[in-house]
Design a binder for this molecule. Structure first.
Ligand SMILES: O=C[C@H](O)COP(=O)(O)O
Length: 257
């Protein structure tokens, strides 16, 4: 049985004051919201500059801390970059790797993303590998080709065994921040394709790996998405910026467990 993971991706939003308020509200909701706090795991992937707040506020709570990016090199003369070991020092458990915004706006390649994932695993954290197709690719019938090549590139670079230490997030680019969510059936089709692709290499790892859905997930659609057999949680953008909305998604995850 895979424990659902509901991870918020705050992206580049918030101030120190709003970040603190949001963290405290999420901790309060998860700790005392009437749910077990055990059935679904919850994490907040915050901007680097709020990691210190996260370390203090989330410590000794069920809410895990995550980052949104990492340098592909372990240390050295890489001005402006943040090393995996630094994230680990702040108590991060998760690091998002290869989000479509980074692939698109910062030209991150599969090879670079695979390297970042190695750094995250070496430092004792878990990468959340994001994959997904654009609208144009979906309309051309290329969804499976695109997702397969993104997954295969990491398997080729890092080996299938590394997939025992990662999460995957399927995020159709056309659903991110658009309000247009994949239907549960559309998402399930791709999630099951991803699991089968991994099973070609290792059935046990495929069975255990958590595949999250991301793309306009909100309180109103989370339960239906999370009810699908191969959807093991959510990577939540916009809706993770509103405590009540995010907590409702977490509760849907809790109920689906
Ligand atoms: O990482 C999160 C995804 O990009 C989804 O963002 P969204 O929930 O705002 O569509």
């Amino acid at each position: 049985m895979r424990q659902p993971l509901i991870a918020g991706n705050w992206k580049m939003n918030g101030s120190r004051a709003s970040a603190e308020a949001l963290m405290r509200a999420v901790v309060g909701g998860v700790s005392g919201g009437g749910c077990s706090g055990k059935a679904a795991e919850v994490a907040l992937c915050v901007p680097f500059v709020f990691l210190d707040l996260g370390e203090r506020i989330l410590a000794d709570t069920p809410v895990r801390l995550g980052a949104q990016n990492v340098c592909s090199e372990p240390s050295g003369a890489y001005t402006g970059e943040i090393a995996a070991a630094m994230l680990k020092e702040f108590g991060c458990r998760y690091v998002i790797c290869g989000h479509s915004e980074r692939r698109d706006y910062y030209s991150e390649t599969d090879a670079l993303i695979a390297k970042k994932m190695v750094r995250v695993i070496e430092a004792g954290m878990r990468p959340i590998l994001c994959v997904g197709e654009t609208l144009e690719q979906r309309e051309q019938g290329l969804t499976q080709t695109v997702v397969a090549s993104q997954i295969d590139a990491v398997i080729a670079a890092n080996g299938i065994q590394s997939f025992a230490q990662i999460e995957i997030a399927y995020e159709p680019v056309w659903a991110i921040g658009t309000g247009r969510t994949a239907t549960p059936e559309q998402a399930q089709e791709v999630h099951s394709f991803i699991r089968a692709r991994i099973a070609n290499h290792d059935a046990l790892i495929a069975d255990k790996i958590r595949i999250l859905y991301g793309g306009s997930m909100k309180a109103g659609n989370a339960a239906q998405l999370l009810a699908m057999p191969d959807i093991d949680g959510g990577l939540v953008g916009g809706a993770s910026l509103v405590a009540g909305e995010f907590l409702a998604i977490w509760q849907a995850g809790d109920a689906s467990a």
